[in-house]
Ligand binder design. Structure first.
Ligand code: GRF
Length: 218
């Protein structure tokens, strides 16, 4: 089974019409809200929201939507691997088939990724491979770019280095402040992330046999 066939096999098993997904958050949760308002209850069912930060506003959004929440703070575990295993176990117990990182400010290692092969996606506020990691918008402003953007990608063991699913760009030749760029990118994020989740849930994402890094729609 190729990595992107996870949703397909799930469908074939006829478990339910909606793909059970989890959303991992650390902060405000506007991307979580976009998912709750669009794909939740349609192509996918958000069955769990996990935060790396206790008291993150995103948790209130989940609770308001009646979605179960959990907090997995790095400091509560002896190391990252232990946190990864606890988090993966909690999600697996809830039948999660796709993990969506929506403003999740932690790295996930192999112990986590091996539990959800080819089924972890992230939204990042730059046109990858430019400006991976923390402070992407600040990095782009410091570089002096004229075009900013958003990438939704599969997660691998690197930092924002997995195959690209969707990208969107916006021209901001005069931008100076991160807040201004963020405001322009928000609507793109809120459109692209739910769209990528819906495509995954429909089994519509495949790999180009000539270039497995290239995600194709089928
Ligand atoms: C977004 O800009 C996302 O691209 C980045 O973190 C931010 C999360 O925002 N990874 P929110 O918590 O979804 O509002």
């Amino acid at each position: 089974m190729t990595k992107c066939d996870v949703a397909h096999s799930y469908r074939a098993a006829g478990v339910t019409d909606r793909l059970p997904i989890a959303v991992l958050v650390s902060g405000t949760g506007t991307n979580l809200q976009a998912l709750l308002d669009s794909v939740h209850g349609r192509d996918a069912e958000i069955v769990a929201v996990a935060s790396s930060v206790a008291g993150a506003p995103a948790l209130e959004r989940a609770a308001a939507a009646g979605v179960e929440t959990g907090v997995f703070a790095r400091a509560e575990y002896p190391d990252r691997g232990a946190r990864d295993r606890a988090l993966a176990g909690w999600l697996a117990e809830r039948g999660v088939r796709l993990v969506v990182l929506a403003g999740y400010m932690e790295l996930l290692g192999e112990p986590f990724l091996e539990r959800f092969p080819g089924a972890v996606i992230n939204v990042h506020p730059s046109l990858l491979p430019a400006f991976p990691g923390l402070g992407a918008i600040e990095q782009a402003l410091a570089y002096g770019v004229k075009v900013f953007g958003v990438t939704v990608h599969f997660v691998d063991a690197g930092v924002d280095s997995g195959p690209v699913i969707l990208q969107g760009a916006v021209e901001l030749p005069d931008a100076r402040e991160p807040e201004e760029v963020l405001a322009a990118l928000r609507p793109l994020e809120h459109e692209l992330l739910p769209r990528a989740v819906a495509l995954f849930a429909r089994g519509a994402l495949g790999r180009d046999p000539h270039n497995p890094r290239r995600i194709i729609l089928r």
